[in-house]
Design a protein around this ligand. Sequence first.
Ligand SMILES: Cc1ncc(COP(=O)(O)O)c(C=O)c1O
Length: 438
Amino acid sequence: MYCSVLDAKDKVLEYKMSQQDEEDKHELPPLIIAMKTSAETNPGHSRGRAAPSSLTQLIGVKPFIYDFAALPELDSFFFPKGPILDAQKQAAKVFGSLETWFLIGGTTCGIQAAIMATYSPGDILILRRNSHSSAISALVLAGAAPKYIIVETAIRELEMEGKKPVAVFVTSPTYHGICSNLSEISRLCHSKGNIPLIVDEARGAHLGFYPHLPCSALKQGADLVVQSTHKGLSSLTKSSMLHMSGNIIDREMICRCLQTLPSTSPSCLLLASLVATPSKLSETPKSIFEEAVKLAVEAKDVIKKLPGYEANKMLYRDHDIICELAGSRYVTLVINLGTCREHVERLVSVIKHLVISSQAFVHGGDDDDKAARRVAHGGETITERALDYLLSVRRKGGIISGASDHQFSSVLVCKLQYVWSGASNSYASISHMHTRTD
Ligand SMILES: Cc1ncc(COP(=O)(O)O)c(C=O)c1O
């Protein structure tokens, strides 16, 4: 049908595409070959004609031509049997998992699926306070109750109360790059009646690929690991992977949750970028990160001297350098596979010459513990000290996410209530309440 409406320009484009096809075919992953074939007969956005020109001026029409939802003839995203399944198997081999699922809703979606697959309403999840907001939203979706604390202490405390967590959730590395001793945690979890260990490795998809980096969560015995391959590796934004290892996870539950959460229109572009990522890694798995790690080590000591928000603002405003994250006393910068020596040398020289007013060094929020306010955050009380800290972050220009409004003038309190209606039909009802911060 599309062939009959081709104009001359389309035909030239098609010819170029097919020529390129022949050159590339022998080395392309099957899903990408299938995608190219599909684009010839069923191109996205009416061969790009429906694309807004304001955007095609920037990125051309090609992204639109290949932007279609994974078609049944290509493979089914939710019940893969063809090229998507093959690509997931290859990813499992490269990352060292038993099974891998591609995610088109980011790590957020993988964390939610992992938690929902292991929890029922009323179950207890052990997690740390530094967990990503997706873990908190997963608790709300699953109707599970959090126990925030150090894992070892939490398991012991629950044992004393005659309770057992159904899983432990750890973020490693943290957004700031701090890794946990996951071998010890997984050993402990498995020794206490096979408690599954779920690891948010959003920031550590590269860890299995360089011997001098900390070991990956999979190598350390985690049962479910979610990685933002779009952050440290090379897939497109919003594409991530969920890996499973061992035999204590119910894979059918994972599949069911993964069908529930994301859009029913999986983007082929996101999928293609996920497919291409393990292929790229497998070319030189031992050395691909060598240069990036070397550059990071060289820059580390200089970056450490930078204070937070003020430096972040100055780096961006005066030098076009974008920090990944800024806190009141630090900035986090990302070095990845695309970073080259020139970039790092410029960064180091800018930092060395940065004149920062003494104001930028003012820290706040170190008050003693005061009486706790009756404000709940994911099941626990926000103390006066924590609230003061958050307010000081707001004063310095930080953004507080998870509040009911972006000004952080109030927080949203979720109250979970368990409703029992039949043997297998318990569910959680949620009521919301806004509480002012001042
Ligand atoms: C530690 C951590 N976990 C999870 C996420 C969510 O990842 P995604 O953006 O892929 O949904 C992020 C995102 O920044 C993160 O830093």
